[in-house]
Design a protein around this ligand. Sequence first.
Ligand code: ADP
Ligand code: MG
Length: 696
Amino acid sequence: MTTNSLKSPIDNIKGVGPKVKEQLENLGIKYVEDALFMLPRNYENRTKLTSIRDILPGQAYQVEGEIVESKVYYPGRRSFYAKITDGTGYLQIRLFFFSQAQAKSFEKGMSVRIYGVIRNSGNKLEVIHPSYKIFNSKFSPPLDDTLTPIYSLGSNKITQYRLRTVISNCLKQINESNLEEEEIDNIFLKKEISDLNIKDALKIIHNPSIEDDILKIKNFEHPAQKRLIIEELVTNLIGVKISTDKIDRMTAPLVKSEEKTLKGFYKKLPFSLTNAQQRVINEIQKDIMNAKPMRRLVQGDVGSGKTVVAAGAMLTCAKNNLQSVLLCPTEVLAEQHFKNFSNWFEDEKISVELLTGKTKKKEWELIDKKLKSGEIKILIGTHAVFQERVKMNNLSLIVVDEQQRFGVKQRYEMLQKTNDNLLPHQLFMTATPIPRTLAMTIFADLSVSKIDEMPPGRNPVITSVMSNDKRDNLIERLEVICKDGNQAFWLCTMIEESESLDVQAAESAKEWIEKKSKNLNIGLVHSKLNKLEKDLAIEDFRKGKTNVLVCTTVIEVGMDVPNASLMIIENAERLGLSQLHQLRGRVGRGPDMNAHCVLLYQGSLGDIAEARMSAMKKTNDGFEISEIDMKLRGSGEILGTKQSGGMELRIADLIRDAHYLEEAQELANIISNYPKEMNILMNRWIGHKQNLIAAQ
Ligand code: ADP
Ligand code: MG
């Protein structure tokens, strides 16, 4: 084996053909080393069975039992129900999406082994959509002898099983290969961070055996995890330093004040700016007139009016004959901004264009030409598209809306898009406040503006919590609201992490409402619709042609329909607090409106979910919400795949691991004196594509 076997292409590994190779590449895995550093975000413990008697509701377990009952039934929607027993108690299994064959396979007398979060439903134990295996009780399948790592797959097609196999094949090469880490291992050892070298740490992390401290591993407190978490933090801190130094040496395009136009624009709006908006606008104006590239974060709760603040800056640039872009996390949001901006700037004859993944090739070519010639002054698009293919003539300002992507990777991407020594100004807008520890370390180079005031006449959204069994009551409420000329969102969220289940949930919710009420016009948006269908559904809702919009979280951020006064969220117990707050922020945007939010839950609420629901009932203040969120997260709860804090990290979690930041900073200062090691780390954690030397 050569010393560089870890740098060999991933398709050298057994089991990686062209299809899997492509799937792996979509996950950012090109080389063996990339696969090794794709780290689990969670673990499942399938090494043992738990007796039903010993279950504490709200946690995940593996349970095995005999099927004593099974049926398809219709409590409003088609459902599957089975009851199993292991002799110590009973557990019910429920599926909402299933095939006939699946239902049939739960044959009485057969045994089933399930893994999933078990909750209380009434006084019964219940698991919804568990993973399961059915077998004849005489042939019980063997138990795992290692913890099962769970990787973040996003919406990629590859399965956990396949990725696990690939990674374990990669691990086989690790002993014979040189990870070029000795010096780094030494530094970690000397600083008493961890006496595990990187190879051993990786082996444990991907493949923890039952002899390892399982509790520590599940809480990300095992020395092997600490070794890697700190290494990742160190690398990011070094990255921040390098990019900050570089940015400090660059200049931004020259922007001159366009006060008259700016005032005129704000005067034309149907409302007057809040003092907070005005203050932040002034701060930004000052920044963009400076030769030093701006890096400013605007923090403002949902509905505080961040869009018009950004629009003013973009208008100023356009009037200077310079280009700017507004980047959005979703297409829906990009389209909404595009409509607003086009209206606002029509009189000014400023050319505004929209670019998303759905833009046709011909159209895109035309836009591309006009971007290069400088004709288009304002481009609105999704982050993904911009990153991949946009080249502009004289880009002076980049606004990033509602996506907290201002990590190190993004800084490098930005630096790569620049030629000469010109760097565009950057403005980030977010509803989530950044914790202090992060503001002082990873985001130390961001200036922060706060819109700490809501537009007048905004009433708080009244929030209630309701068991899903009572959802029939909502029909009347929907009808009343719509009779009054208002509108409602009905939001379906994931049962397990699957986009297609999400879509099915939305479709069946729509059918259910239609069956229950003849008086409502119901629209539907989800990710599987094509652009035209999606556009039409959203347009109809905006115009009030439909009363209720059944949707998936595609509408999560930014969507602004002032007439909407009711938000119903299904499976709310599965969502994080800040997401719930974002979603609730979609209603009650009109003046003096009485808006409501109903959080529906399945089964019974666990402690943490209960705490989240009460926080939602208690307050509409995003800052308070995020403080509570932090406390709840601090208690060890892992909230799905979403990382907060604006970084896409592989193992570190900036909130969970905030207490390591000081140590990491110290190490970063040391390693900054070792150029070779620094590069190994940067390439490993931030990416091969980044050409980091060039950025230095
Ligand atoms: P967010 O900060 O969540 O992005 P938006 O920019 O979408 O908020 O603004 C929410 C709504 O409030 C929009 O309909 C916008 O037109 C309106 N709005 C913004 N500023 C004001 C204001 N000063 N007074 C009244 N309405 C405002
Ligand atoms: Mg917004």
